[in-house]
Design a protein around this ligand. Structure first.
Ligand code: CP
Length: 336
């Protein structure tokens, strides 16, 4: 294995509330610097390369990553599944040792989560999880940023906002998020993040599509220690009760295309509509999140394109949060 001490970003289960909070504060600061102050980064990554190794399609994560590395003055080297031997024709151990000997960071989108763990284990440079079958941490960081922009204190400027937010947990006291959908990597990432930060979480998944049992136990333990609400159900209405925010995602993730017909049958009643939110008893001013890409079966147009929907702000925040992660790992070399 590679030497200890190289920081990686694989899942928020590995990070403290303070470390997650530092990333969030940095993302808010970067957005302010770039969008409102037109400030240059000073090119701290000049001459450095981030290998962007994606074995699956991506719009948001790839664009956010490549544009962030460019902003920091470095080179994002995109390596798709047809370009390199990522888990094909060469072991991941060998790929990790070889690639990390030539670049300054690796961002990888993989199938099995064990693949990103193997890359991190043998890499001599930081490894960032750009999505695995178990976790999608950069997505949940963007969701967290969007929630703070919507529900956090609203001081006069974003920089004073960063200064005001000094407590690493319970920055959104009383907020309740309802997940209505598949027990997938996005839900897992919420489960290892929200209870740790004191954000209430209701989960409804169809029978047979629940989240990973080990992650349930982890989330329950975090919820207990932060005294945060956490519940699981197979009834969307029960989970929607008193929700401030309703979240869903695709019912058919990449690689599950053959299960499409069965999944659409099994997820009947899970489409997010105004009617479902009303019947379930969501708060009257409830908001909607979705990591995208989106299909109509998961959420109706009247919700997705309504003022309740924060999805495009959420998508833009992929950029600022990924910039914060790259800055932490490749420039500051620490989450502190
Ligand atoms: N939400 C998300 O990860 O989008 P992409 O798959 O387009 O990167």
């Amino acid at each position: 294995p590679a030497p200890q001490g190289v920081p990686h970003y694989l899942t928020h289960a590995d990070l403290s509330a303070k470390e997650i909070y530092n990333l969030l504060a940095s993302a808010i600061q970067h957005k302010h610097n770039v969008k409102y102050l037109n400030k240059s980064s000073g090119a701290p990554l000049a001459g450095k390369t981030l290998a962007v190794m994606f074995s699956k399609r991506s719009t948001r994560t790839r664009v956010a990553t490549e544009s962030s590395v460019t902003y920091l003055g470095g080179h994002p080297m995109f390596l798709g599944s047809q370009d390199i031997q990522l888990g094909v024709n060469e072991s991941l151990l060998d790929t990790s040792k070889v690639v990390s000997s030539m670049v300054d960071g690796i961002m990888a989108r993989v199938g099995s989560h064990s693949d990103i763990e193997t890359l991190a284990k043998y890499s001599t440079v930081p490894v960032i999880n750009a999505l695995s079958d178990k976790y999608h941490p950069t997505q949940i960081l963007a969701d967290l940023m969007t929630l703070h922009e919507t529900y956090g204190p609203q001081p006069s400027s974003p920089s004073s906002y960063v200064a005001h937010q000094t407590h690493p947990s319970k920055t959104l006291p009383g907020l309740r998020v309802a997940w209505i959908g598949d027990g997938n990597n996005i839900l897992h990432s919420m489960m290892v993040t929200f209870p740790k930060l004191g954000i209430g979480l209701n989960v409804a998944t169809p029978k047979g599509y629940g989240p990973n049992e080990e992650i349930i136990r982890h989330a329950q333990s975090e919820a207990k220690s932060t005294q945060t609400h956490l519940m699981f159900s197979s009834d969307p209405r029960e989970a929607i009760k008193d929700a401030d925010v309703i979240v869903t995602d695709t019912w058919i993730s990449m690689g599950q295309e053959e299960e499409k017909a069965q999944r659409i049958k099994d997820f009947a009643g899970f489409q997010i509509t105004s009617q479902l939110a009303k019947e379930g008893g969501a708060k009257s001013d409830w908001k909607f999140l979705h990591c995208l890409p989106r299909k109509q079966e998961e959420v109706s147009d009247e919700v997705f394109y309504s003022p309740r929907s924060l999805v495009f702000q959420e998508a833009e925040n992929r950029k600022w949060t990924i910039l914060a992660v790259i800055d932490a790992l490749m420039v500051k070399k620490s989450f502190d």
